[in-house]
Design a protein around this ligand. Sequence first.
Ligand code: CDP
Length: 230
Amino acid sequence: MTKSERTDNRKLDEIRPMKMKIGVIKRADGSAEVEFGDTKVVAAVYGPRQIHPRHQERPDRSVLRCRYNMLPFSVSDRKRPGYDRRSTELGKVITESLQPALFLEEFPKTAIDIDMEITQADAGTRTTAINAASLALAHAGIPMRDLVTSVAAGRANKKLLLDMTKEEEDAPDAVDLPVAMMPRTGKITLLQMDGIVSPEDIEKIVDIAEIGCMKIYEMQKKALLEKYSS
Ligand code: CDP
């Protein structure tokens, strides 16, 4: 894949410009801010810590609780503040995508809480939130099997694309497949699909996303190295 007719002149398999900053929230145990183009997310990690309400406590493991919140000014039509059905669903899928990377059984009777605030949205907020949360977990010193890395690939205007913008996602034939994985083993921890696509194209789209994840993984490792070597 080389030249494209994408609105921002990116190649079809090119990720938007990424920025990753670790340690942005003083009062959290770990934090990170990640940008993919105009999508911007702050993640803050707390714990392992005592769990409230206590009935959620598990005798044999920690409970991972992820909250995804889109701030009112993050989208062009001001969003009503607070959690809604979409954010509840995204909190759940993000929890499930991060959980396999953690050794929750090492911290019984505790909670690990992750707050993800979407400060700017231009598609790919769940994937950007996963990348930010993964860095924030590492910053909090929580043992992990691997970083979790995430990006969406899909189809718009008859082309298979990596990391679509909102404008691309609004194409009439748009299909969006968010993927998260642990790159060291290749284990996929999130695979969703929005739209209709042939089985052959699904395979191609997942391949594009996996290659994208490897590039993001390198950026994540670089951001952590820079944080701890300075
Ligand atoms: O953000 P992501 O691609 O993970 O999830 P989505 O539900 O497919 O939303 C795609 C995009 O639609 C978001 O990133 C926002 O740019 C936009 N959106 C919005 O403008 N207002 C909302 N209430 C929800 C989403």
